[in-house]
Write a protein of this length. Structure first.
Length: 455
């Protein structure tokens, strides 16, 4: 069955009190509209049509993609008017209506809804609410069949007592849509062209309106203000946490865990509190992540251990390697198996081969560090001359003494040693000791200065 998806995203969102359009506000690091588009794509539709209005240029600019058709709704005259703007582009047998400010809708729910649609039947997603104030009410006849939707502001007292609310999400046979939208009027409490009036028209044309419900009411919750945005965020995070726990991750506290991107996990992973995963993160089996770690676009191979407060961005950590506490691995960092970095070590565009170690207080940028090489505390690569970046290359089994300055470009060959406090500016041949510091001298009979007394 061919499918067109229309996403309504033209509204202003006044209650956000924001310079940016409502649908661009983020949930879990992606705009609300971005989440809806992501779900829409998983249904493999023929077309995705996004109706934009307020902040249209910004929305288009932020989300432009070859598979999206942006349709401008100049004036927001109602949800029915909004869908009508997309009509010329709709060609599929079924049209599904979604909302740019309802980001948590699940693909499985939409599939159940779409399964209801035939040339003689609509699918309507409804939700039972303890307090349905503001929602359109689902009106059913004596036999329990849906006969209409009445908007809250147009509803009678008796209709307002109905707890079944309209989510707005709807799937209809495409052939009929143009005719129904053409018959809409705005003679109602809000002076708008209501998409919901299509329901009564379909029923009077002899179609059946079948309903489905979301598994969780939060799926159909929109965000009108920042408080609701925060509620969606927490709900999303809890859902993501549950998904990871189901796959074999222990979360010390699912309420203190945030995912802002796509995470794949192995089994027996342990994640302590206040960990943030951003972008594309791959975590293999038996990884342990300590508290307060921030991990972006990185891969942690089997058995990696991150200690508290470690910051990763664009790093690949090999099997059994470890970092932290308070380590910072910047883009281009590669640690091979069992490599180790300890507290206050920063790596950038640096490859540490197997079993290489930098235990404390170091900056290693644009470096290649051979297997089993040990970097002493306080060592830095002087990789930047003010104009260009240069590489520092260390062979296998090198021993860099404490507090070295390695002035790149420089090559320290296998098995070489550098003395503590050295400034290394030249190649160190294999196996040799480099001493790059002034020799100590002791001055006999030297007197400390004495304090001058004020009279
Ligand atoms: C709508 C439904 C109501 C349902 C509720 C669920 C109608 C007439 N009513 O009411 O039955 O219970 O959603 O939240 O459909 N939009 C446009 N262009 C417009 C008008 C709206 O793009 O001209 C977009 C808005 O940005 C918003 C969505 O459509 O994302 C819903 O519009 P809104 O005016 O909030 O409808 P409700 O009054 O909430
Ligand atoms: Ca609304």
């Amino acid at each position: 069955m061919s499918l067109d998806i229309v996403i309504l995203a033209a509204g202003q969102g006044t209650r956000m009190r924001s310079a940016i359009p409502k649908v661009l506000h983020p949930v879990a690091g992606n705009s609300m509209l971005g989440h809806v588009i992501h779900s829409a794509r998983q249904l493999a539709p023929n077309g995705i049509h996004v109706v934009i209005g307020h902040g249209a240029d910004l929305v288009r600019e932020r989300l432009a993609a070859p598979d999206l058709n942006f349709v401008l709704q100049d004036q927001q005259l109602g949800t029915g008017h909004a869908v009508a703007q997309a009509l010329p582009a709709l060609t599929a047998e079924t049209v599904l209506i979604l909302y740019g400010d309802v980001p948590l809708i699940e693909v499985d729910t939409l599939k159940r809804l779409l399964a209801l649609v035939t040339p003689e039947q609509l699918g309507l997603l409804t939700v039972n609410l303890a307090d349905p104030t503001g929602y359109g009410r689902i009106v059913r006849d004596g036999a329990g069949n849906v006969s209409a939707i009445v908007e809250h502001k147009d509803a009678s007292q008796a209709q307002r007592a109905i707890n079944e609310g309209n989510t707005g999400i709807l799937a209809v046979p495409g052939k009929r849509l143009a005719e129904w939208l053409g018959r809409l009027s705005n003679h109602n409490a809000q002076g708008e062209y209501y998409l919901t009036d299509v329901i009564a028209m379909a029923v009077s044309d002899g179609l059946v309106v079948a309903t489905e419900q979301p598994l969780d009411a939060m799926e159909v919750q929109g965000a009108n203000d920042r408080r609701q945005l925060a509620e969606l965020e927490r709900h999303y995070q809890l859902r993501e946490g549950r998904r990871l726990m189901a796959q074999g991750v222990t979360l010390r506290d699912p309420a203190r865990f945030d995912v802002r991107g796509e995470v794949t996990v192995g089994r027996d992973v342990l994640i302590d509190v206040n960990v943030i995963l951003e972008g594309k993160v791959v975590i293999e089996d038996d990884v342990v992540i300590g508290p307060n770690c921030y991990i972006k676009d990185s891969t942690l191979r089997q058995g990696v251990v991150l200690k508290a407060n470690t910051h990763l961005d664009g790093a690949v950590m090999g099997e059994g390697s470890d970092a932290g506490p308070f380590a910072r691995l910047r883009p281009g960092t590669v640690m091979d198996a069992r490599a180790h970095v300890g507290n206050f070590v920063e790596l950038k565009n640096t490859h540490m081969h197997e079993d290489a170690k930098a235990g404390h207080l170091a900056y290693l940028g644009d470096a290649d560090i051979g297997a089993r090489t040990n970097i002493g505390a306080g060592t830095i690569t002087c990789n930047y001359d003010g104009a260009n970046k240069w590489r520092t290359v260390m062979g296998e089994d090198v021993f860099i003494g404490s507090n070295n300055s390695l002035v790149a470009p420089v090559d320290i060959q296998a098995g070489a040693t550098t003395a503590a406090g050295s400034t290394i500016t030249q190649e160190v041949p294999a196996g040799q000791l480099a001493v790059g510091r002034a020799r100590q001298r002791n001055i006999d009979g030297w007197k400390r200065p004495e304090k001058i007394r004020k009279s």
